[in-house]
Design a protein around this ligand. Structure first.
Ligand SMILES: NC(=O)c1ccc[n+]([C@@H]2O[C@H](COP(=O)([O-])OP(=O)(O)OC[C@H]3O[C@@H](n4cnc5c(N)ncnc54)[C@H](OP(=O)(O)O)[C@@H]3O)[C@@H](O)[C@H]2O)c1
Length: 276
């Protein structure tokens, strides 16, 4: 199988590197295309891929095309791709808010997978959700699941509505965690800790809690019950959060991202693409 990654930026490079370092492809079957000369030089220097500077030399050879440019660049790219795309090719897009229908019409392909990765893909701990057009076979879908899973974990969903919903949970989710971390660091600084100590206290607390969660079947609620005893310090903090409706506010934030993802999808249909 030949794979072409279009766009060697943060995400494209992350996927290309992860695919190159996995056993997913035989050597020489991973191509990458970027429009910037500087980026091409950087990609060549890595020695991991077959680097291209124009679609004509790589797109016709690809079985799978992973599109990793910003949504704002999608319309121009799709116009360029259309005359070169053939019926058997499978297009995988990680562009936020660009719908399967927009891609099918834009490049003239039937087989399209839409995926939503997240930032921890950069360190191999990404969570990618994906869904596909009806024309993608089960076998192809299994291969794509493996391909996307090279950057962490992947989950197949049945509709684009679920992709928009997963954007509100895993896609945008890392920022909610950073928000919480920042709030705890701010509190630690106010309490008089140095920046370095606050960073250590907060970072290790998150890492430890996540490890407990991931290595057990207990729910977050179960873990809270284990750590908080009546009249104790943790109970005081959790009660304060409950009194301030923090759970409901976080849910509201996740829904805000979900609805924004839906809106972006509608906008891209009208070619008014946001810089997501
Ligand atoms: N970063 C995230 O956490 C995240 C999460 C979920 C989804 N995504 C999606 O991932 C996609 C990529 O994001 P990113 O942060 O990796 O963007 P990025 O760093 O800007 O990378 C995109 C790269 O594609 C190049 N490019 C643009 N148009 C091209 C064309 N026609 N042909 C070849 N190369 C082209 C750009 O070159 P120039 O710099 O010259 O324009 C740039 O090097 C976006 O659609 C975004 O919605 C990102």
């Amino acid at each position: 199988m030949n794979v072409l990654v279009i766009g060697g930026g943060n995400m494209g490079m992350t996927y290309a590197e992860a695919i190159a370092k996995s056993n997913f492809l035989t050597s020489g079957s991973l191509m990458i295309l970027d429009q910037s000369e500087e980026k091409q030089a950087e990609l060549r220097a890595s020695g991991l891929f077959d680097v291209h500077d124009r679609l004509t030399t790589c797109l016709p050879k690809a079985d799978v095309v992973l599109v990793a440019v910003k949504p704002v660049h999608a319309p121009a790219l799709m116009v360029e791709m259309k005359p070169l795309v053939s019926a058997g090719q499978l297009i995988v897009s990680i562009m936020a808010g660009v719908t399967i229908d927009t891609i099918q019409q834009g490049v003239g392909a039937k087989k399209v997978v839409r995926a939503m990765p997240n930032l921890p893909a950069l360190v191999g701990l990404g969570m990618t959700s994906f869904t596909a057009s009806d024309h993608v076979s089960r076998l192809e879908l299994a291969a794509i699941e493996q391909l996307l899973g090279t950057t962490g974990r992947s989950i197949g969903l049945t509709s684009e509505a679920e992709i928009d919903a997963s954007t509100g949970i895993s896609g945008s989710g890392p920022a909610y965690i950073f928000y919480f971390m920042q709030a705890m660091m701010d509190a630690a600084l106010k309490m008089g800790f140095s920046q370095a100590d606050a960073r250590l206290l907060v970072g290790q607390t998150f890492a430890g809690a996540v490890e407990l969660f991931n290595t057990s079947t207990l729910s977050p609620e179960d873990w809270m019950a284990r750590v908080a005893s009546k009249g104790g310090t943790t109970r005081a903090a959790l009660d304060s959060m409950d009194d301030n409706n923090v759970n409901a506010l976080i849910q509201e934030a996740a829904y805000a991202a979900f609805h924004r993802a839906e809106e972006l999808g509608k906008q891209t249909k009208g070619k008014e693409v946001a810089n997501a």
